[in-house]
Design a protein around this ligand. Structure first.
Ligand code: BJW
Length: 321
C-alpha cells in the first residue's frame, strides 16, 4: 500500500478529476481464479497463451485454439467477479458518463459485477461467436453453452486444483449452461504437460446460418483490428477538451499491447495523472506513474477508491480467498 502522503495526493486527484479513465488487464481477474497472459501463469498445456491468440494459430490448427478457448470459457463461467470488479462497477454507477473503463479482458466479469455505462471490451468477448466465412455475417453475442460441441469436452480443468472442481462436474454427453458453483474461486496452478487431442475440423463448432463456415471466438487476436466503433468511443472520451480526463487508472495490465497502452500515454500527454495498480511494478519505466499502488488489485482498489465509492458495495456472499 502507498505511503499516506501518496494516498492523500491520490485522493485529491480522484475527487477533483473531471473525468476518469480505467485501462484494465488480466491481473484484475486473478483473484477470481483466472490466469494472466504473460509470466509463469500464461501457459496452457505448455503452449504460450500469447501464441495461441493469433489468426495464424487458428488457421494452422483450429482444434487446438478452440480447445484453449473452450477451457477459458469454462473457467470464466465458473469464476465470480472479485472486489476489484465490484469497485469498478460501483465507480461506474456513481460517476456515470464521467467514467470510462477500457477492459482488455474477455471474461465478462465486469458486467457480472454490475458495471454500467461506458464499458468497452477492447479485445472482444469469450462468449461471442463469429462465422469465419467471408460473406456470412453471423454473430452470436452471448453464448454460454459448454461444451459447444461434444469434441470440445474434456479440457476444462487445466488450471484448476482438483479440490475446487465444481461438484456438478460437466456432463460431457450433454451441452449445458455452466453455473458458478464454487464459493472459493479456482486457484491457477502451473499446468503440467498434457498432449492436446487432435480434433477434425468437421467436429468443431459450425455456423448455424450459412451451414458452411467454422465458428471462431469473438475475440481480437494480434494483428486484428479492434472494432472502429469502440476506438471512436474511446477517442471521443479522451479528445473532449471541455471535460478532460484528469486521471487514468491502469489496473492489472503489463501495458504491452497496443492500442490499450496508447490510451494511457494519450491521457498522460494531455496532462492527466496516471495511477498504476499492479502486483509488480513492471509497467514501462520507474518514472511512468504519478501514483503507484503495488499489490493485489482486488485488495487495493476497494481501499483507495473508498472516498468515491464508499465501503458497502461488495455483495454479502463475496468470500475473501
Ligand atoms: C496483477 C495481479 C493482481 C497479476 N493484481 N495486478 C510492434 C510495436 C507496437 C505495436 C505492435 C507491434 N507489432 C504489432 C503491434 C500491434 C499489436 C501489439 O500491441 N503487439 C505488442 C505485443 C507488440 N496489437 C494488435 O495487434 C492489436 N491490433 C492492432 O494493432 O490492429 C491494428 C490494425 C488496424 C487495422 C487493421 C488491422 C490491424 C490487437 C491486440 C489484440 C490482443 N489480443 C489479446 C488476446 C485477446 C483474446 C484472449 O483473451 O484470448 O489480448 S493478446 C493478450 O494481451 C490479451 C490481453 O488482453 C492483452 C493484454 O495483456 P494484459 O491484460 O496486460 O495481461 P498480461 O498477462 O500481459 O499482464 C497481466 C498483468 O497483471 C501483469 O502486469 C501482472 O503483474 C499483473 N497482475 N496479478 C494486480 N492480483
Amino acid at each position: 500500500m502507498a505511503e499516506t502522503g501518496e494516498l492523500k495526493a491520490f485522493h485529491e486527484a480522484l475527487l477533483s478529476a473531471r473525468k476518469i479513465l480505467a485501462v484494465v488487464g488480466a491481473g484484475v481477474s486473478v483473484a477470481s481464479g483466472l490466469q494472466t497472459f504473460r509470466g509463469a501463469n500464461g501457459l496452457w498445456r505448455n503452449y504460450s497463451a500469447i501464441d495461441l491468440a493469433t489468426p495464424d494459430a487458428f488457421h494452422i490448427d483450429p482444434g487446438l485454439v478452440w480447445q484453449f478457448y473452450s477451457s477459458r470459457r469454462f473457467q470464466a463461467l465458473r469464476s465470480k467477479p472479485n472486489r476489484a470488479h465490484y469497485a469498478l462497477a460501483e465507480l461506474s454507477q456513481r460517476l456515470g458518463d464521467k467514467f470510462m473503463c477500457l477492459t482488455q479482458n474477455v471474461d465478462g466479469l465486469h458486467q457480472r459485477a454490475g458495471h454500467v455505462g461506458k464499458l468497452l471490451e477492447l479485445h472482444g468477448s469469450l462468449f461471442r461467436l463469429k462465422c469465419t466465412e467471408f460473406f456470412c455475417e453471423y454473430v452470436d453475442e452471448d453464448n454460454r453453452e459448454h461444451p459447444l460441441v461434444p469434441a470440445l469436452a474434456g479440457c476444462e480443468d487445466e488450471f484448476v486444483k482438483k479440490r475446487n472442481v465444481p461438484t456438478a462436474a460437466p456432463d460431457r454427453k450433454k451441452r449445458r449452461k455452466v453455473e458458478p458453483v464454487a464459493d472459493k474461486p479456482a486457484e491457477p496452478v502451473s499446468p503440467e504437460f498434457k498432449p492436446v487431442k487432435t480434433i477434425p475440423e468437421g467436429d468443431l463448432p459450425h455456423c448455424p446460418k450459412c451451414k458452411k463456415g467454422l465458428l471462431r471466438p469473438g475475440v481480437v487476436w494480434f494483428g486484428e483490428s479492434i472494432p472502429i466503433k469502440l476506438l471512436d468511443q474511446a477517442d471521443a472520451f479522451i479528445a473532449d477538451t471541455e471535460t478532460p480526463v484528469d486521471l487514468v487508472l491502469v489496473i492489472g495490465t503489463s501495458g504491452t499491447v497496443w492500442p490499450a497502452n496508447g490510451y494511457v500515454e494519450q491521457v498522460k500527454n494531455k496532462g492527466g495523472k496516471v495511477a498504476i495498480f499492479n502486483i509488480e511494478m513492471n509497467y514501462k519505466d520507474d518514472s511512468f506513474g504519478d501514483f503507484k499502488f503495488q499489490g493485489d488489485c482486488s485488495e487495493l482498489l476497494p481501499e483507495v477508491l473508498e472516498p468515491l465509492i464508499g465501503s458497502e458495495f461488495v455483495p454479502r456472499d463475496w468470500k475473501r480467498r
